[in-house]
Design a protein around this ligand. Sequence first.
Ligand SMILES: Cc1cc2nc3c(=O)[nH]c(=O)nc-3n(C[C@H](O)[C@H](O)[C@H](O)COP(=O)(O)OP(=O)(O)OC[C@H]3O[C@@H](n4cnc5c(N)ncnc54)[C@H](O)[C@@H]3O)c2cc1C
Length: 450
Amino acid sequence: MKVAVIGAGATGLVSAYLLAKAGHDVTILEASTIPGGLLSTFDAGDGARLEYYYHHFFTHDAEINWLLKELGLADQVSFLPTTMGMLRNGEIHDFNGVSDLLKFSAIPMVDRLRFAASSAMLVYAKGYAEAEDVSSLHWFNKWAGKAATESIWRPMLEIKFGESASRVPLAWMAGRLRQRARSRDGSQEKLGYLRGSLQILVDRLVSEIKSLGVKIQLGVPTKRFLFDEDGAVVGVETTAGAFKADRVLATVPTPILAEWLKSDAPQYAKSLDRIKYIAATCTVLSLDKKLSPVYWLNVADPDYDFGGVIEQTNLVPSSNYGGQHLVYLSRYHEWNHPMASMSDETLIERQSTQLERLFKTEVKKHTKKSWVFRAKYAAPKVEIGFHRDIPDFKSPIPNLYVAAMPHVYPDERSVNNSIRVASQVTSEMGVDTSYVPSHMSLAAKYGRAA
Ligand SMILES: Cc1cc2nc3c(=O)[nH]c(=O)nc-3n(C[C@H](O)[C@H](O)[C@H](O)COP(=O)(O)OP(=O)(O)OC[C@H]3O[C@@H](n4cnc5c(N)ncnc54)[C@H](O)[C@@H]3O)c2cc1C
């Protein structure tokens, strides 16, 4: 079978790997001049690669651990202890476990206890992963109480989903909490990081699939599909010309797919277009000193142009980057938000001033280099009813298959879950993927998809 895979992100690369292993003739058509999609990296100095967007994975992520082993990279993974903080009322609170929670003075003690008990319910009780039509904030209000909801949960959800925060389904929230809570060794959370960055994984996947005969065409954006007279897809038209195929697997964000189909399959395009995405901007600063001892600081405060300060070198030693201290300033936003169009210089100036206020230190003086990365399609916006909008892997158009970030729902989108989706979609296409660990995701294990 001749297959065109559109997109060389995690989903496209792993799908191509599984299809080629099963003996199919695969070509990847990628718009960018580099493979990797959201896993792309840059040279942070002296050849040290760093992801555009912070990336870690969890100890229990079965699929990525399987893939790393399969590709001979398992010994390059480090599972590292991590720390979390939370800014509330201008003060940074440690937020790593029960003892920190008991000291979290931003809310009264009774609310701290309700917060802990309700979080435990979501993590350990069966059934919440099926709570599709319950709003997380509504549920938290009832079980965690108003103080914890307004001081912790609403700001946390607003960091990620902005105005849609009140419509995030409990099913997603339960999956997210389970993901974090289960990546613990006793009371210590540990996160996985590939030494040398995810570029190692992308490079190994590319060389592996090439040796299996996969052709990769880079810098070749797809423009639309080609159809036969019966309405079946028979290939794609790219900027480099037509490419014929027996099956086409689209792994691009679903709004792009909707755009391609709006005149040939308007009904289907309309249903795809119901899924909206949130954008993200990540500024990376290289400093000659650390800002704090914390890896991940939640900044749920509208006075700041970032929702998270993620000190990469508090997870991975700065010696891996020639001694520099690397910090991500991350912010999710709508694509029409001023963040998306603001010049990099203005953004860095504003954010550095805010960091100086937050950490009471001369950030500008200590910044040696900076970069800004923006992703229009950073994550699907999960809202009540989202599960009904997820398209089937096998589209209603003959020969066209679809696999993208919405398919990981109710789990959080991640590299691990993209590998799972690649396995699921290629299985729909007739490939035996029984050797890929499956149904081990948290949502699958504890509810819905079991
Ligand atoms: C800020 C941020 C932080 C994240 N943190 C983590 C983390 O800590 N851990 C984790 O596991 N995951 C994390 N992720 C998520 C992870 O990166 C994604 O889940 C995963 O990379 C999605 O892969 P994908 O292939 O589905 O999509 P993408 O990577 O978006 O791939 C889609 C591909 O399609 C291509 N394309 C688009 N248009 C066309 C066209 N017209 N023609 C051809 N090709 C086209 C794109 O260039 C891209 O290469 C993060 C993502 C972001 C944005």
